[in-house]
Design a protein around this ligand. Structure first.
Ligand code: CU
Length: 161
């Protein structure tokens, strides 16, 4: 009897799996964070010609694979109104790092060193860029745009919990 139940259960599982494909499709929205699977998250961060990110707080769970897309919804040329996303390690002083980043003009304001968890390239108006990285351990992490004079407005926090 037990064996029959097991067989039926396996048959049921197989049937359930075959039944899935199209129905499980996750709706994607351009403005919102979309949870794809429990270990993956997609984050959309918009930036504009007024030196603003549209989110000050991003959330993730430790170890989650984050796919972050930075959009520049303005028109500014990237040499004048360029934006990037730079996520800093926990104990990095934002002001000290930002001053160092401004010097790194040749590498689009990404300085040498190991203070960053993840970063994008620099984009101008109408452009987008996507990166994937793993969420660090629990904690609060600062992110900024390192284009000269932007970080005081363009900053926020990734909260990992
Ligand atoms: Cu910027």
């Amino acid at each position: 009897m037990k064996k029959i139940i097991t067989v039926l259960f396996i048959a049921f599982l197989t049937f359930s799996c075959n039944d899935k494909p199209a129905s499980k499709k996750v709706e994607t929205s351009k403005k919102e964070n979309v949870v794809k699977k429990s270990n993956e998250i997609a984050i959309i961060l918009n930036s504009n010609d007024q030196m603003q990110f549209d989110k000050k707080v991003l959330s993730a769970s430790p170890g989650q694979s984050i796919t972050l897309t930075l959009n520049h919804t303005g028109r500014g040329n990237k040499m004048i109104m360029g934006h990037n996303f730079v996520l800093l390690k926990k104990d990095v002083d934002v002001d000290v790092f930002a001053r160092k980043a401004v010097e790194a003009r040749d590498s689009e304001y990404i300085p040498e060193g190991d203070e960053m968890i993840a970063y994008t390239g620099l984009i101008g108006g109408g452009e987008s860029i996507t990166i994937t990285f793993d969420a660090p351990k629990q904690g609060v992490y600062n992110f900024i745009c390192t284009f000269p004079a932007h970080y005081q407005l363009m900053r926020g926090q990734l909260i990992v919990k």
